[in-house]
Design a protein around this ligand. Structure first.
Ligand code: ADP
Ligand code: ZN
Length: 600
């Protein structure tokens, strides 16, 4: 029932747009008509003056007439009037007839000098300005209307159709279980009848969740490639950026197209752009609702035997409107995690195929150093390494080129050209030394790999830690130590310079978010207890009692305070090391793992 209403709403919206355009056209038309009639009347008035004027010529009352080429206005000087400003302006309805009349009266002694200074063309434009503008306006409106209607047909979106995707599962490294799960989808697209005869229901919609670059698009393409069916793709953000009502109509057209091409795959990237929770708002928000409603209608509208599978990707499944996740819509969720060690090695293998590496390079050891990296980042690293090797005129890609590429991809490009004042240098040195030293005394913090005060990307300096092999669970102790290590930078600034800087803002942001998650997501607060307090609306918290908000705030603050004093305490106890590391940084700018360990 509800969906029927939604469909109607969608069409209503389109009707409203068309209606608005018609009203606008009518308004312009009546405006033009009004202007036309006003002018008509004016000419009517002038015509009387004109006939009188012809009579004045015959009566010999006119001394001089001045006319401009192309113009229909005359400047007329009467004999009996002395002053300059007694010149009259008279509109001539028919220049030709007037000229003939003047020629007949040539012996009456009137001169009609033709003022050619102003070219006829310009005058013609000036005199017709109004109609030119209105014509242009009409053309613009007509073009706009056509463009809006035509968008669905020829817009870039539907060029997303690849009649044959040549990506296969072999191109997707790692993701063994995920591929296994997709095989049934491929079989269904290939031989739907077999499934239908058995009475099996294949999901219509599958939600792929995961960070950007983890290969969601790639796997969707591979399904189409394996099943040898068309792949229609579109990004959620494309649905919402245009005029009101267009999002919904695009969704409708997308599905129309799919029905024609079935069996096929529809891929909607960034579905959260249209699929986030509906609101009661108006404007851009309600436009979003319209688009989402249309998507729900379409998802319900096609049958399992339409052999269309809708795959959608998002990084924030929790943001999605619950209605999207109901049975018959996106009722299956697959999380695509960043690759594990073996996956990374496989991905590196794929992207190293056409590259020249030196013998010393072992893909496995690169894989070990890149825990948490996505497939896209790994592909990017190898490409960057090849570029760096070329720039450095190396014969082949070396270990150093790869290390540089890893840094470039993770922390950004080294900014050697930026001139740093000595004061900033000292501050950054203490800040980074603080992170590194605090981390050294914390059990669960990984060893330091490199510390640097050379700016990279947006960071003024960085402390790189060795990566930890893929972990699924993080303990409370680990999170507490993470807070201490994050606040180590700020603590060192305070201790060494007795001043604090804006350089720690990102650390503080991450620390605060971590502390917050510890309490409201992981239920790690002793006071509040094991409860998830993630709510859509802060008001929902009232359900747990009115003091809960205060309590959460206090607990976050408490966690951060404890972590900060612990950082101060560690640094105070190792003040000699803090100074030594900071001074070495000021001198050398970068400290390696071995150099750092020598201080201990
Ligand atoms: P997403 O859609 O999750 O943002 P993409 O599928 O667009 O990510 O991945 C971007 C690129 O990263 C791919 O085109 C591919 O080059 C590479 N990539 C990511 N994951 C993998 C993987 N598992 N195997 C091979 N290449 C991958
Ligand atoms: Zn920091």
């Amino acid at each position: 029932m509800k969906d029927k209403k939604n469909k109607k709403n969608g069409q209503n919206k389109n009707n409203i747009i068309i209606g608005l355009i018609i009203v606008a056209l009518l308004l312009i038309a009546s405006l033009l008509a009004a202007i036309y009639f006003v002018n008509q009347n004016k000419e009517e008035e002038d015509k009387i003056a004109y006939t009188a004027f012809l009579k004045d010529i015959e009566d010999g009352l006119i001394e001089d007439i001045e006319m401009t080429a192309g113009s229909t206005t005359l400047k007329v000087k009467y004999i009996d009037r002395e002053k300059e400003d007694d010149v009259e302006k008279i509109i001539v309805p028919n220049i030709q007839a007037f000229m003939e009349f003047v020629h007949q009266k040539v012996d009456s002694g009137i001169t009609v000098p033709l003022n050619t200074e102003q070219s006829g063309f310009i005058v013609a434009i000036r005199n017709n300005l109004l109609s030119i503008i209105s014509t242009a306006l009409m053309i613009v409106i007509v073009v706009m209307v056509f463009k809006m209607q035509g968008l669905g047909e020829k817009g870039k979106i539907y060029d997303g159709v690849e009649n044959k995707s040549n990506v296969t599962f072999d191109d997707v490294a790692g993701l063994q279980e995920e591929k296994q799960e997709m095989i049934e989808i491929v079989d269904f697209l290939k031989e739907p009848d077999r499934f239908l005869k058995m009475g099996a229901k294949i999901p219509k919609g599958i939600l792929l969740c995961g960070k950007p670059g983890t290969g969601k698009t790639l796997i969707a393409r591979a399904i189409a490639g394996e099943a040898n069916v068309p792949f229609i793709s579109m990004s959620g953000s494309e649905f919402i950026e245009m005029f009101a009502g267009l999002g919904a109509s695009r969704v409708r057209k997308l599905f129309e197209k799919a029905k024609k091409l079935a069996p096929c795959i529809i891929f909607i990237d960034e579905i959260d752009a249209i699929g986030s929770r509906r609101t009661n708002a108006s404007g851009a928000e309600s436009e979003n609702n319209q688009t989402l409603n249309q998507l729900l209608v379409e998802m319900d509208g096609f049958e399992t035997n339409d052999t269309i599978i809708v795959l959608a990707a998002t990084n924030r499944p929790e943001m999605l409107d619950k209605a999207l996740l109901r049975p018959g819509r996106f009722d299956r969720q697959i999380t695509i995690a960043p690759p594990d060690l073996r996956g990374r090695e496989e991905i590196l293998k794929i992207y190293s195929k056409e590259k020249k590496f030196s013998k010393e390079i072992d893909l496995k050891s690169i894989a070990e150093d890149t825990a948490g990296f996505t497939g896209a980042e790994l592909a990017n690293i190898l490409n960057e390494a090849a570029i760096i090797a070329t720039v450095n005129k190396h014969e082949e890609i070396t270990r150093d080129d790869i290390e540089d590429a890893v840094k470039k991809v993770t922390v950004g490009l080294q900014k050697t050209s930026r001139i740093i004042s000595d004061k900033d240098k000292k501050l950054t040195a203490y800040h980074e030394a603080g992170h590194a030293i605090v981390g050294k005394y914390l059990e669960t913090i990984q060893d330091v790999k490199e510390i640097s005060i050379i700016p990279r990307g947006v960071a003024g300096g960085y402390t790189m830690y060795k990566t930890n092999e893929d972990k699924f669970y993080i303990s409370k102790t680990e999170l507490e130590e993470k807070l201490i290590s994050l606040l180590g930078g700020r603590a060192a600034e305070k201790l060494a310079l007795d001043d604090i800087s804006t350089g720690a803002s990102n650390d503080l942001e991450v620390a605060t978010k971590t502390a917050r998650d510890m309490i409201i997501v992981y239920g790690m607060s002793d006071k509040i207890g094991p409860i998830s307090l993630q709510v859509d609306d802060i008001r929902e918290l009232e359900f747990y009692g009115t003091e809960i908000e205060d309590e959460i705030g206090k607990e976050i603050r408490n966690l951060l305070d404890i972590a900060y004093s612990r950082a101060i305490q560690i640094l105070n106890a190792n003040r000699d090391k803090l100074d030594a590391v900071a001074n070495t940084l000021i001198e050398k700018e970068t400290i390696t793992e071995e150099e750092f360990d020598r201080f201990f």
